[in-house]
Design a protein around this ligand. Structure first.
Ligand code: AGP
Length: 654
């Protein structure tokens, strides 16, 4: 590839500018070098385009799935297989491709990796080869029994270059290809032998124009084009080219050519598939001029809540069509709700616990998915298990959902990713409509999750008759006022940014909250940890005197989420006295308090104001300054707010 640097954004506008965005113009296939901002995940393509354009563009959008090495394999127009792979972010591979171009070809697979087996090195990067280099394979997930398979292959004289489980799959596939002579049946011969989680894609030079894939416990979706077809870890891989998609189910094999898509089970039996229309367009997954995806997504929070509520409040009533499979009698028969999630999603569940218990008078427990599954929880048909997951692919949560269903519980998923695995493994799903969340740190999905859970809580309260119509209407009005109130808080972002820059050298920050403010204290601490790599801890304010107050020394920054003085008559004064206690010991107090709350003024060094809201709705507002603080402080430290070190957007391994 020579000459002009073509930014992918221009490439996508070339493609999207095409009439019908169908067959590529000559211009689109003349794309040269790549200026890559970010990439991640799995992409496959067969069609007339130069597959490398599709792979690099698709991977850029999937970056949040992991980004410590990257690679591509293309079958060129002469039927040769060409690969390139490099450790590091995708730009490293892009530079490599510019230095050592690979030939044009209409069949290809691409991958960026978040290391599990074997460190992030060139050698361990995907694709891996089989059948003496005639076959290339990429993989997401973990093949847990790879070492015994490797021993079997070593005993037969096969050699390996990497430490990865993926190379074992590639060599095994290559061995089977020699026996069967075609990729589909070679896949069928090996996939049932794998334990664990995998999405696999492979190409073979003897079968140009064909990409075959298989999945178990890991995501894979098909993009249906005109004279071309796509595969991806999620729809962001190909939404630039088509919005018609099909999610591939558990233990299924897919084969795509330019004109045909076939899906079978692991035994080769055809399976019915159900196409869906992707609800957002390619530009939504771009940064749209923002300096980072995170800044863009923080700013999109009003729309994330508004879109999640859209169409679900009709004539003053909650209307969630996705829950029609849960009849009113069944909802009335629920005697316990267990929420399972990880990280930020778990904190959304903790916030919702207060509201659902208060409105529907059903006990709600919130469990970390990875703890839930191993403590042999008592579940029965009266237990409703609600999983919360932005990606819908978090392995800990997926395995917990599967366990819950095996134990006889009914399951509802709150998810932001259409066609993801967790919703498909649940009895029902309530999608949040926050749009693609690309930054690793979850922000707009968090507020959307709370909004969706509040809708469910109000629906449950109505069905169980625990809230009057008047009270229901009041709560719904509060919920519908949240987007505008978040917008007001966003208007104060500059002041929070100044505070963050002033505190750029701080080594440790504490966060205090009570009641629904407590999960927000935990979330504020998590944001600071994962973005600015600063030690941060969230506490229930009432816990202070039971130990944590020993941490307070002169100058120690402490954020305090102050409950509304218009709410519980006791909580507000108790939190104000907590502020006095830590101030007396020299803490530097940053209070997040509602407009007009004067009680905090004598004791706080800084007050970040949020609009008036009913107590249960304050978390949706109080979290915003904490997100911005963490983001700005990370920015002040010159850190990458979209791709924090050691993290991936979707943790698809246990
Ligand atoms: C949030 O900022 C973190 N990136 C992380 O805690 C995340 O919320 C957690 O991994 C759960 O992800 P999920 O919502 O996709 O299941």
């Amino acid at each position: 590839m020579r000459g002009r640097m073509l930014r992918l954004k221009h490439l996508s506008s070339l493609v999207s500018g095409l009439p019908g965005a169908g067959r590529p113009s000559a211009a689109a296939s003349q794309s040269t070098a790549y200026t890559i901002e970010r990439m991640c995940g799995i992409v496959g393509y067969v069609g007339e385009r130069n597959s490398l354009d599709v792979l690099m563009g698709g991977l850029r959008r999937l970056e949040y799935r992991g980004y410590d090495s990257a690679g591509v394999a293309v079958i060129d127009d002469e039927g040769e297989i060409e690969t390139a792979k490099r450790a590091g972010k995708l730009q490293v591979l892009a530079d490599e491709l510019e230095r050592h171009p690979i030939h044009r070809g209409g069949t290809g697979i691409g991958h960026t990796r978040w290391a599990t087996h074997g460190g992030p090195t060139d050698r361990n990067a995907h694709p891996h080869l089989g059948d003496d280099g005639r076959l290339a394979l990429i993989h997401n997930g973990i093949i847990e029994n790879f070492s015994e398979l490797k021993d079997e292959l070593l005993a037969e004289g096969f050699a390996f270059e990497s430490e990865t489980d993926t190379e074992v799959a590639a060599v095994l596939l290559g061995r089977e290809y020699r026996r069967t002579g075609d990729l589909r049946s070679a896949f069928q011969a090996i996939v049932s032998r794998f334990e664990g989680a995998f999405t696999l894609l492979a190409v073979h030079r003897n079968e140009p124009g064909l990409v075959v894939g298989a999945r178990r416990n890991s995501p894979l979706v098909i993009g249906l084009g005109e004279g071309e077809n796509f595969l991806g870890s999620d729809v962001a891989a190909f939404v630039e080219f088509t919005k018609r998609a099909v999610a591939i189910g558990q233990d299924q094999i897919v084969a795509i050519t330019a004109d045909e898509v076939t899906v079978t089970d692991f035994d080769g039996e055809p399976v019915e598939v159900e196409p869906f229309e992707v609800a957002w367009d390619a530009s939504a997954a771009e940064k749209g001029g923002w300096s980072s995806f995170m800044r863009k997504e923080v700013s999109e929070q009003p729309e994330a809540v508004a879109n999640t509520l859209l169409g679900r409040v009709v004539d003053g009533q909650v209307h969630i069509p996705e829950l029609e499979s849960f009849g009113d009698d069944e909802l009335r028969a629920i005697h316990r709700i267990t929420v399972i999630a990880c990280g930020t999603a778990a904190y959304a569940g903790m916030v919702a616990k207060y509201a659902i218990e208060q409105w529907a008078r059903v006990p709600v427990e919130v469990e970390l998915s990875h703890e839930f599954r191993y403590r042999e929880p008592v579940l029965d048909e009266g237990t409703l298990v609600i999983s919360i997951s932005q990606s819908g692919e978090t392995m800990d949560t997926l395995m917990a959902v599967k366990y819950a269903r095996e134990m006889g519980a009914r399951t509802i998923s709150i998810c932001n990713t259409q066609g993801a695995t967790i919703p498909r493994e649940s009895d029902a799903v309530v999608y949040t409509h926050a749009g693609p969340e690309v930054a690793v740190a979850s922000t707009k999905a968090f507020v959307a999750q709370i909004a969706a859970l509040y809708l469910f809580g109000l629906h449950l309260a109505r069905v169980r008759g625990t809230l009057s119509e008047t009270e229901l209407g009041k709560q719904l009005a509060e919920l519908q006022s949240v987007p505008e109130k978040i917008r007001t808080v966003l208007g104060e972002a500059e002041h929070v940014g100044e505070l963050a820059h002033w505190m750029a050298d701080t080594r440790s920050v504490l966060f205090l909250g009570r009641h629904v403010g407590y999960p927000i204290a935990l979330e504020g601490a998590l944001k600071l940890k994962e973005l600015a790599y600063i030690h941060a801890e969230g506490f229930a304010a009432g816990e202070l005197k039971h130990g944590p107050i020993a941490l307070i020394e002169p100058g120690q920054p402490v954020f305090v989420i102050v409950p509304s003085p218009r709410g519980s008559a006791t909580l507000h004064p108790k939190v104000v006295s907590n502020i006095q206690e830590i101030r007396a010991r020299g803490a530097r107090v940053i209070a997040i308090a509602e407009e007009g709350d004067a009680a905090v003024l004598p004791f706080a060094d800084e007050v970040l104001r949020i609009p008036l809201a009913a107590p249960l709705f304050e978390p949706l507002l109080a979290v915003v300054p904490l997100q911005i603080f963490a983001m700005e402080l990370a920015q002040a430290k010159g850190l990458d707010v979209d791709q924090p070190r050691n993290l991936a957007k979707s943790v698809t391994v246990e």
